[in-house]
Design a protein around this ligand. Structure first.
Ligand code: NAP
Length: 475
């Protein structure tokens, strides 16, 4: 753990093990925090806030830029660690480190643009000044699927704004969080500004981060169920909240689109991180006219996807994070099959040879998916591409919107009006138009409905950590 500028043990000295999801091997142990450790971290963050919040934006920006540079220099080392701890293939891990570092640079630049205003008054002897000030100590809770970028997306703007932070990373990926703490430590971020508590039982840590009056904001990324629970606790304490939650992204192929290009896009996107991404396409709506060509290309591509240990040559799909994740994916595919779906590619666990000790599910295509199947309703979080054939172009947007989630959506069309109507009609926070990567540090990321509150990245990502103060000045 990292508290008040030092790497420390838990107060009661306990540790827990971290395992490689591809091999089941133990790769390390980390301190196992209790509520007392979390409170100690909040105290450190609270003490540090007084001085950190009054540093100049240049000091904060320079430290963030130094962290950006060091993270980039360590891309290979961090990627190797991430592959062992989280499972994603090395190339994807490298991409994540670069993406993660980009948030540090972006928010270093944004720090210099924290501006207030000089506002007119109706009284001739009065002026108003509006200031943007940091909200205070931030509690940050992150998931395992993007174990470095989900941290920098919160730490970058929090530090840029002048906030201090207590981070609780996911139980499955504390070593990546520790490596990020080492970077902040080495570039000279002052003690107490960033703190990290690792824990096998998240609930007591969550209680502290939502219950301690010194914590003024909660930022959470993870499942909708846990986000809802923590947001309700934070609301009781009137904390500011941002929650980035689950998704169930539609991927719509309009009849005028090139079905081969769309299928290549779906195959590339769906299997990133073994489908364990909140913006992963979960429902592929393909018009009947192009369904055959789309399915043929999709099956051919997915059939060639190589699953394996993330360090293996040519491997593009790694393991799932744990056995529960494999069981959830298997149950969804089995349910679809029982209700009449066809499964021409995959559709089973991978258990032989190099897969024996890890948590693997074969890259899978499910055809003829219908509304009564669980996979149509629930986030899959696994390497399964479910195809739904539709006939009516006028109602496909309604079908796509028929979900409690509203994070990402994808549209393939060659017609500009169709694209614009789709972007306007889809109730999702992020929309890719003939594009499989509609995210970047410089644009806001976040969802509607049960996918969350608030945005990360872009200008809005910094606003989440600032509040406005106004001074009326009599002349
Ligand atoms: P999760 O189970 O909700 O866990 C997320 C984090 O919350 C982990 O650090 C977890 O700790 C912690 N946590 C769980 N219960 C808690 C409690 N009672 N009090 C305090 N903290 C608690 O989600 P996950 O399975 O790690 O992540 C997958 C989900 O995240 C998916 O639904 C995915 O869509 C979503 N996600 C969303 C975004 C986005 O930007 N919208 C990005 C990535 C992922 P432990 O690890 O110890 O359980």
């Amino acid at each position: 753990m990292y508290i008040d500028g030092a790497f420390v043990e838990a107060l009661d000295g306990r540790r827990f093990a971290v395992t490689d999801p591809a091999t089941g091997e133990e790769i390390g142990t980390v301190p196992d925090a209790t509520a007392a450790d979390a409170t100690r971290a909040v105290e450190a963050a609270d003490r540090a806030f007084a001085s950190w919040s009054t540093t100049t934006v240049d000091e904060r920006a320079d430290l963030l830029l130094a962290a950006w540079r060091l993270m980039q220099e360590r891309t290979d080392e961090l990627a190797r660690l991430m592959t062992r701890e989280q499972g994603k293939p090395l190339r994807a891990a490298r991409n994540e480190v670069v993406y993660a570092a980009d948030f540090l640079r972006w928010f270093a630049e944004e720090a210099r643009r924290i501006e207030g205003g000089w506002l007119p008054s109706s009284r001739p002897d009065q002026r108003f000044v509006a200031l943007r000030v940091p909200v205070g100590v931030v509690g940050a809770i992150t998931p395992w699927n993007y174990p470095i970028s989900m941290l920098t997306r919160k730490l970058g703007p929090a530090l840029a704004a002048g906030c201090t932070v207590v981070l609780k990373p996911a139980e499955a990926t504390p070593l990546c969080a520790r490596a990020v703490m080492e970077i902040f430590d080495e570039v000279g971020v002052p003690p107490g500004v960033v703190n990290c508590v690792t824990a096998s039982d998240p609930a007591p840590i969550g209680e502290v981060l939502t219950g301690d009056r010194r914590v003024r904001k909660l930022t959470f990324t993870g499942s909708t169920a846990v986000g809802r629970l923590l947001a309700s606790k934070a609301a009781a304490n009137l904390q500011r909240i941002s929650v980035e939650l689950g998704g169930h992204a539609p991927f719509i192929v309009f009849p005028d689109a090139d079905p081969v290009r769309a299928a290549k896009g779906a195959a590339a996107l769906k299997f990133l991180n073994s489908g364990q991404a909140c913006i992963s396409p979960n429902r592929l709506y393909v018009h009947r006219e192009s369904a055959e060509a789309f399915a043929a290309t999709l099956c051919e591509r997915v059939g060639r996807v190589k699953a394996g240990v993330g360090t293996g040559e040519g491997v593009t799909v790694g393991p799932l994070i744990d056995e529960a994740a494999v069981a959830k994916v298997a149950a969804q595919v089995d349910d679809a099959r029982a209700k009449g779906a066809r499964v021409p590619v995959g559709g089973h666990r991978l258990v032989d040879g190099e897969f024996a000790r890890g948590h693997f599910y074969a890259p899978t295509v499910v055809l003829d998916v219908t509304d009564d199947m669980v996979i149509r309703r629930e986030e899959t979080f696994g390497p399964v591409a479910p195809v739904i054939v539709y006939d009516d172009v006028d109602t496909v947007i309604d079908a796509a919107n028929d979900t409690d989630y509203g994070l990402a959506a994808y549209v393939y069309t060659r017609d500009l009006s169709t694209a614009i109507r789709a972007v306007e009609g889809l109730r999702f926070g992020i929309i890719g138009v003939n594009d499989v990567n509609p995210t970047a540090a410089r644009v806001p990321f976040g969802g509607m409905k049960d996918s969350g509150l608030g945005r990360e990245g872009g200008h809005e990502g910094l606003d989440e950590y600032l509040e406005t103060k106004v001074a009326g000045i009599a002349l």
